[in-house]
Design a protein around this ligand. Sequence first.
Ligand code: KIV
Ligand code: ZN
Length: 526
Amino acid sequence: MSVSPTPAQAETRDRVIIFDTTMRDGEQSPGASMSLEEKLELAKILEEMKVDVIEAGFPIASNGDFEAVRQIAEIVTESTVCGLARAGLADIDRCGEAVRKARRGRIHTFISTSPVHMKWKLQMEPEQVLEMVTKSVTHARNLCGDVEWSAEDATRTERDFLLRCIEAAIKAGASTINLPDTVGYSYPSEYADMFRDVIENVPGADGVIFSTHCHNDLGLAVANSVAGVQGGARQIECAINGIGERAGNAALEEIVMALKVRGDKLPFETGVETQHITRASRYVSAITGFPVQFNKAIVGKNAFAHESGIHQDGMLKNAETYEIMKPEDVGQVESNLVMGKHSGRHAFREKLKALGYELGQNALNEAFQRFKDLADKKKHVFDDDIVALVDDALASGADRIQVRSLRVIAGTEGPQEAFLTVAIDGEDKSANATGDGPVDAVFNAIHAAVPHEAILRLFQVHAVTEGTDAQAQVSVRLEEDGRIATGQAADTDTLTASAKAYVNALNNLQARKEKSAPGAKVASGF
Ligand code: KIV
Ligand code: ZN
C-alpha cells in the first residue's frame, strides 16, 4: 500500500517541484500536436492536479504556440506558466510577451553547451556561447522575474565549461538551472554525480534550484530523474505518459508515484494530487492519439490487473500481496455500473464530479443528452463510457462541421458504400462514395462532402469497455502543409465514431490554419 510518511519523516522531506512539459517537449513528439482548446483543457487538468510549473509551449515557434502560452498564462492562477525560448533576443521577447499576463510567469531560455552541439548545430565557439548565456539570461530577467536557464546536452558537456556557463547564468539572474540529458545518454549514478559536482563547485549554486530533464532513449529517464534529485536537484521536468522527443521524456506519473510510494528511501515530496493522474493520462492519450501501452507503469490498463489464479488468490486475501499502491491513489476507479436511462441530471452531475469533471451548464446539458442517447443504445453504461462521451463532447462541441447522419453498406459483397450528411456551419451537405472497405468508403464520402487536401496519418480504434456493445473510441490524425491535427470520437457504432473522429480532425486542422500565420513552425533546434 502507499506508504505515508510519519510526521517526523514529513518534516524532513524536501519539496520537489514538478514541471510539466507535455505541451512543449511532449508536443514535439512527431504527430503529437494539440489544438489550442485541447491545450487550455489540459492546462486546467494540470493545475487541478497541482503541478507546480506548466511549460505551455515555445512561443516563437508559431502563432499557435504563442497564443496557447498567452491564453494559458491568462487562465492559470496557481501553477507557474512557462514558455521556452532559444538564446536569441527575439525568441526571449516573444516568450516574455506570451507569459506577461501570468500571475506567475517564467521564461525558460536555453543554449547548447556540449562540444558536438556547439560545433555542428550552433557553429559557435565556446566563448561565444558563454557570452550568449549572460546576454540571454540578462535580457530575460529584464522581462520576467522568474528565469530558468538550460544547458542543452548538459550530460555531454565538458564539466569545466558547464560550471562556467552555470555560474554565468546564475550571475545574470537565473533562479532555476536545468541540466538536461537531452539525448538520453546518461545513467543514474553519473547523472546524480553531475548535480553533486555542480552544486558543490559553482559559486551561487546554493541560491538557485537545480532541475532534471531526462529523455528516455535508453529507458532510463525516470531512474535518471530520481537520481538527479538524490544528487541535489529539486525540480523534475517530465511529461504525462512520458511523451516527448524521440523515445520521450521522463513520465510524470511514474516520478510522482515513485517518490510517493518509496518515501521510506526517497525523503522527498511533491505537491501533486495523484488521484488526477489517470484522467490526465487518458486525456493526453486521446488528444494526441498516442495509445498508452497496456503494461505501462501507473496508467496502463493492466497496471492494477491481476489475471493469474495465484495472484488473484493472494489479492483476495490481502491486496498488499501484489499491490504496492492502491488504484484509487492514481484515480483508477473500478469501471462501475452507473445509472441507466432513467437516471436524472443531478445523479449524472455527481458522477461527473466523482470522475473529475466540473462542466459548465451548456457542456453539462450536451453531455447529459449524449449519456441518454448512449443509455438507449447500450445495456450497461460504465464510468469509462462516461469519460469517453464527455471527452468526445468537449472535443467536438464547437466544431463547424458536424456529422448529421451516416449509412454504410458493408460485408463480403462489395463495393462497400457510405451515404453521409454533414452540416457545415449549420448547412446540410450530402455525399456518397464507395471504398476499399467500409472505413475507406466513409472517409471518401467525407472527402466528397468536404473537399480537402489533408493526408490521413493515423487511424486507430479502441474498445472503451468490454463486450460487443462497447463504444469504439477512434483517433484520426491528418496532415496538410506540415500542419498536423488529431480528432477523436466515441460511439457504439465503429463507423460512426470513425466518421466523427475524421470530421473532428478536419475541424481542428481548419482551426489551426485560421489561427497560425502563413509559414510552418520554425525548427526548434533541439
Ligand atoms: O531536451 C532538452 O535539452 C530540452 C531543453 C530545451 C530543455 O528540451
Ligand atoms: Zn527535452
